[in-house]
Design a protein around this ligand. Structure first.
Ligand code: GAL
Length: 714
């Protein structure tokens, strides 16, 4: 066997080294508009096998097929020196997006990256919480490399001597426009493995490619309704009484609260973790959890996966752990069923089985200084690198599976994910705390198949607190993470009323958020995403400007293109333009088509850059013409399973409005068996009077829609 492999490998080596021509790759359409190919001998363990993702065939069939976006012979692969070399063509005008959860930049063309799961350290260099090997081109296609390796990417930055479209040779002596970064006509990638599986996601639009990617992953996650409410994480060493008091304070003050997050102190020891309740702080976990549930407050438990030698499971799991510890805790080899049985049974026992609703899976990303090193080995034979790229994915997969088996949905937090993870009901967060960069991450999350929350922890001023809070409300998880600071929504008294108003707005908008997540699940449309995916946005303010035109001071400067990273789309109808501390006004780029102010319904503009001065109370939000936002009354907790709620359909603009309102029981996985409906809402203005209709409820399906009022805004 080994000999045959050696002969085969050397054959591939010889054939690739001797042939200067690109080898033809066979692309097979595996789902409508998705093509798969392999180069060399791909590894069995990859992002899709680690995540267990199964393509959402129904959603992909609905989209139909499309043209293969390349000339197949322009894509090349070679195996040299045990590594796979890939090259995809690039036109002069193409812009590239994606390559994971970036925090500072949206445009990725020209970048050199190493896609590597890591804690974000302030540089968009490929090391991030979700370094998804997926890129999207402005020409309307996507490329996904299904490898659990650290992938080196040259995203249009390198020039081959045999290039079909070589850059022009310039003379620096005479040419003032001489560039240190000549035009490159390819995206090149180096995968440290003797083969790889890759996918091309067809368009024709960028949004189509993104949708196909998410559907290939099984469709985006559908959180329970309560997951879209408000959540507060308490201080590290809080006890059962503190948590109960926290819930009481929220209720007495009238602030919404759906779940409370317990931080490391719920465990008897951490870190490393025992995964067992601390008997002094939580003497009777079962009663405590049940008492909280009676008050409609669910609980989410922090944990990292590093197993203390003092944990009850330590001895049993030890044979299935890696060679190196993390904070002196053992690292379970989650690729082994034996390790999984022990580890996830522990997370279930006295936790999920007494009513814990979810987890915050911490520190599965890195940094290098505390995580297992690349020289670590694991009993299954998977490398440290493969484990690093997939640990967050596997933790999400198996936690989700426990809840799935109980037919209860969960919604939690995780600090690392990767390609293959779109369907997991987890939101990424981190310790980095730059408000602007948090918003850029939100715009990029939609390209990476992940959800991201710009969490609020603490602030220097009331202004900063409110500004951060406002954008947090328009994100996948509305959360204060007070694990250290103990901050409450009302801590900054000057803005406590405004914060309460925003938290209440979050609750009112639940029918909208829920429907938009259903579109993520069934259609693959990311609920939070970049403006460039919005029709009519075009290139926004894209214009060439040199980062430093002075050749003397910056002789190797790059031509940069202005990118739009401080405003984003939230669901089908909303454009959100956060305000940052110190700002009293800002520019907002409105795509083509009429846009209306979310709060007043007043006309705001059409395909133009507007300047707004919203005041401290408001975050600028705009609704597209004909947009409908379904709202419910302010509730302090999400409606319960199958609970009927009255709705107000806010209608904006002039065009006839259509909206698909999603409905199901809100808590179980019965929707997977068809127990859901999309109800069509139509609104028209006829001679100045508003006429609204909703399609009849589907027979035998959950119906949580109570009375409906249609309201014209503005
Ligand atoms: C950090 C995490 C914080 C908090 C803290 C508790 O790693 O990012 O949100 O949970 O651990 O120790």
């Amino acid at each position: 066997m080994r000999l045959i492999r050696q002969i085969l490998t050397s054959f591939i080596l010889v054939s690739s080294i001797t042939s200067l021509k690109a080898q033809a790759i066979k692309w097979t359409e595996i789902e409508p508009g998705i093509w798969k190919a392999v180069a060399g001998s791909p590894e069995k363990f990859n992002l899709l096998t680690a995540s267990g993702a199964v393509a959402a065939h129904a959603g992909l069939t609905d989209m139909g097929s499309t043209a293969f976006p390349f000339s197949a012979t322009d894509i090349s692969a070679k195996i040299i020196d045990g590594k796979t070399y890939l090259r995809f063509p690039l036109d002069r005008a193409e812009r590239l997006y994606g390559f994971g959860l970036n925090f500072k930049t949206v445009l990725q063309r020209g970048k050199i990256l190493t896609l590597h799961v890591d804690n974000y350290e302030g540089k968009d260099n490929g090391r991030t919480h979700a370094p998804t090997p997926f890129y999207i081109s402005s020409k309307g296609y996507g490329v996904f490399i299904n490898s659990a390796r650290y992938i080196k990417v040259y995203a249009g930055s390198a020039v081959r001597t045999d290039s079909k479209n070589p850059p022009e040779v310039q003379d620096r002596n005479t040419d003032a426009n001489w560039s240190a970064h000549p035009y490159s006509d390819g995206v090149e990638m180096l995968i440290p493995a003797e083969g790889v599986e890759m996918y091309v996601l067809g368009g024709p639009t960028m949004m189509d490619a993104v949708r196909r990617y998410n559907l290939l992953n099984g469709g985006g996650c559908l959180p329970p309704r309560w997951g879209l409410g408000f959540t507060q994480r308490v201080q590290r060493l809080s006890n059962a009484a503190d948590v109960a008091n926290e819930a009481k304070a929220f209720s007495e003050r009238g602030y919404p609260l759906d779940f409370i997050g317990l931080e490391p102190g719920w465990q008897s020891k951490s870190y490393p973790c025992t995964f067992e309740w601390d008997k002094t702080r939580f003497p009777d976990p079962r009663t405590f959890v049940q008492e909280m549930l009676k008050q409609k407050v669910r609980l989410n438990l922090w944990t990292n996966p590093y197993i203390s030698p003092e944990a009850g499971i330590y001895k049993q799991i030890a044979p299935y752990t890696g060679s190196h510890s993390v904070w002196v805790g053992a690292v379970a080899d989650l690729t082994m069923p034996q390790a999984r049985d022990i580890f996830f049974k522990e997370l279930s026992t006295n936790k999920i089985d007494i009513g814990i609703s979810g987890f915050k899976i911490d520190e599965v990303d890195g940094g290098d200084e505390f995580l297992w090193p690349d020289v670590a080995t694991f009993p299954s034979g998977h490398s440290a690198e493969q484990m690093r790229q997939t640990y967050g994915l596997m933790m999400q997969r198996y936690v989700t599976q426990i809840y799935h088996e109980r037919n209860e949905r969960t919604f939690g937090l995780v600090r690392a994910s990767n390609g293959g993870g779109s369907s997991f009901p987890f939101v990424i967060y981190n310790d980095y705390y730059d408000h602007r960069d948090f918003i850029t991450a939100l715009t990029n999350s939609g390209f990476a198949g992940v959800l991201w929350t710009p969490e609020v922890r603490d602030s220097r001023t009331a202004e900063e607190w409110l500004r951060r809070f406002q954008s947090n409300i328009f994100s996948p998880m509305a959360m204060i993470n007070a694990w250290e600071s103990g901050t409450k929504p009302w801590t900054f008294t000057e803005v406590a009323a405004q914060v309460k108003q925003m938290a209440s707005l979050r609750m009112q908008m639940m029918p909208y958020w829920y429907s938009e997540f259903a579109k993520y699940h069934f259609k693959g449309i990311p609920p939070f995403r970049s403006m460039v995916l919005e029709p009519g946005f075009g290139d926004g303010e894209l214009s060439k400007n040199e980062d430093n035109g002075n050749l003397k001071e910056n002789p190797y400067g790059k031509l940069t293109i202005k990118e739009v990273k401080d405003q984003y789309m939230a669901g089908e109808n909303l454009l959100v333009a956060p305000m940052f501390t110190g700002e009293t006004s800002r520019k907002v780029i409105l795509p083509k088509g009429k846009w209306f102010d979310f709060y007043t319904g007043k006309y705001a503009g059409n395909g133009e850059v507007i300047s707004v001065t919203p005041g401290l109370d408001k975050i600028p939000v705009y609704v597209k013409d004909g947009g409908i936002i379904p709202m419910m009354p302010v509730m302090l907790h999400a409606p319960g399973k199958n609970e009927k709620v009255d709705l107000e359909m806010r209608y904006y603009g002039e065009k006839p409005g259509y909206y698909m309102l999603y409905d199901d029981d809100g808590e179980t996985f019965d929707y997977e068996k068809g127990s859901y409906s999309f109800r069509q809402i139509k609104v028209e203005l006829k001679n100045g009077t508003l006429k609204g209709t909703i399609s009849a409820p589907a027979k035998g399906k959950p119906n949580t829609v109570g009375r409906i009022v249609f309201k014209k805004m503005g």
